[in-house]
Design a protein around this ligand. Structure first.
Ligand code: KE4
Length: 429
């Protein structure tokens, strides 16, 4: 593969953009090499400026569950764009998407649209503090909820990738109310409530951890969180920015039968354009301005183009057979990778749930951040570089998930399995 144009662009980009990118994980820092600059996506494929074609398993980090440039989404955006791009005023489109979200996720009686997952989680925590009158919150080591100051503590995703446990520029005072528990360890949560009686407003959790790589909840963990938060008059906030509409049309809360007080969404509900959302019980959401005193605002919140992309995406996802197809494709991929790992006799494992998958370069049991931190990230880097050169666009971090879309065909998957097998044997040398 030739990366000449990307190399030149990356050099120029670094003069104007920190690290040459607008989001750290895109810079490929932890896997080496330079990031291909992309110019087009179509279905399961993505194309860089040097004309290289890749089968895409990043899918814009989750939003493109239908694949790139889905005709129904593009046509709808084009039509709405002809009427204008933004009004800074209420539109009927927002009601339509709000009703679709509420119908899909019954715990969401009311919802507010914002522009990113970060805004959604940041505001959900402000709302929880405003509603309970308490200041402390619990997050989990390795949990990633965007880059709001109070959440940049032992974060996953790019923070884990770049080994940035905390963040300069965030005053200690901003994080002294952020308590950190261990994912899949309800006792660690119970202990924090015991040592901070009456002070904790909420627990925020990725119900399916995907920013330490994919680590599903152990049986009973989410149920325990629901019990403990209820016992302590604290809110349970599900950060479903990744899992929402990904692991099923009702998200992780439907899959596990747990009803949180607030839910954060993003990615898929924008269909590739910037949309985040937070929602929950009417009694709680009614505290949000202008209905109530908890303030949150946004110039482009509920933008007609972005909301339209979300509406069309959910329309497709609500059709019968969609999640079965995603499962079938991911079953094929998972089985193929597992076969390659066992034939090469490697201490590597596959973690998979619905159409999310991570190949972990460790064979330790995986339950939390500390266990995934044992992964051989140097070997992962060699694997990633080889995979990229062979035309597979995979998350450039051990601490992320691969996203499979409806556009991935069996041919794509079988080709991917062959390339992964080659890349694994290359990395194992
Ligand atoms: P955004 O602000 O990036 O839209 O969403 C933040 C966020 C919140 N909650 C969860 C569970 C998330 O996974 C994210 C963002 N996900 C990362 C990838 N794991 C986005 C990719 C990036 O940072 O460039």
């Amino acid at each position: 593969m030739n990366f000449t144009r990307s190399e030149a662009l990356f050099e120029e980009a670094q003069k104007y953009l920190p690290g040459g990118v607008d989001s750290p994980v895109r810079a490929f820092k932890s896997v080496g090499g330079i990031p291909p600059f992309m110019v087009k996506g179509a279905g399961s494929k993505i194309y860089d400026v040097d004309g290289n074609e890749y089968i895409d398993y990043i899918c814009s980090w989750g939003p493109l569950i239908l694949g790139h440039s889905h005709p129904q989404v593009l046509d709808a955006i084009k039509k709405v764009a002809e009427l204008g791009t933004s009004f800074g005023a209420p539109t009927e489109l927002e009601i339509t998407l709000a009703k679709m979200v509420a119908a899909a996720i019954p715990s969401i009686e009311m919802v507010r649209f914002v522009n990113s997952g970060t805004e959604a989680t940041m505001t959900a925590l402000r709302l929880a503090r405003g509603y309970t009158g308490k200041d402390k919150i619990i997050k989990f080591s390795g949990g990633y909820h965007g880059h709001a100051d109070g959440l940049l503590v032992k974060g996953g995703s790019g923070m884990a990738t770049l080994s940035l446990p905390n963040c300069p520029g965030v005053p200690t005072k901003y994080v002294e109310n952020t308590l950190v528990a261990t994912y899949n360890d309800a006792d660690s949560v119970e202990q924090l409530f015991k040592s901070n009686p009456g002070e904790i407003a909420a627990v925020i959790v990725e119900p399916i951890a995907a920013n330490i790589g994919l680590v599903p909840p152990l049986t009973g963990f989410l149920k325990d969180l629901r019990r403990i938060t209820k016992e302590n008059d604290a809110l349970l906030i599900f950060d479903e920015v990744i899992s929402g509409f990904r692991v099923g049309y009702g998200g992780a809360q439907a899959l596990y039968g747990i009803t949180p007080d607030l839910t954060c969404l993003g990615k898929i509900i924008g269909g590739g354009l910037p949309v985040g959302a937070y929602g929950g019980k009417r009694e709680i959401m009614s505290m949000i301005a202008p209905a109530g005193p908890v303030y949150q605002a946004g110039t482009l919140s509920g933008n007609p183009l972005a909301v339209t992309a979300g509406i069309e995406t959910l329309k497709v996802l609500s059709q019968p057979g969609v999640y079965e197809q995603l499962d079938k494709s991911t079953d094929l991929l998972e089985a193929g990778i597992k076969k390659a790992i066992s034939s090469l006799n490697l201490n590597i494992q596959v973690s998979r749930l619905a159409s999310l998958l991570t190949i972990f370069f460790t064979d330790n049991p995986l339950t939390d951040y500390d266990s995934v931190a044992t992964a051989d990230t140097a070997m992962f880097a060699k694997f990633h570089q080889q995979l990229l050169r062979s035309g597979i666009y995979w998350a450039p971090s051990q601490f992320e998930a691969a996203f499979i879309s409806l556009a991935h065909t069996d041919t794509d998957i079988n080709t991917t399995i062959d390339k992964i097998s080659d890349a694994l044997s290359f990395a194992a040398r």
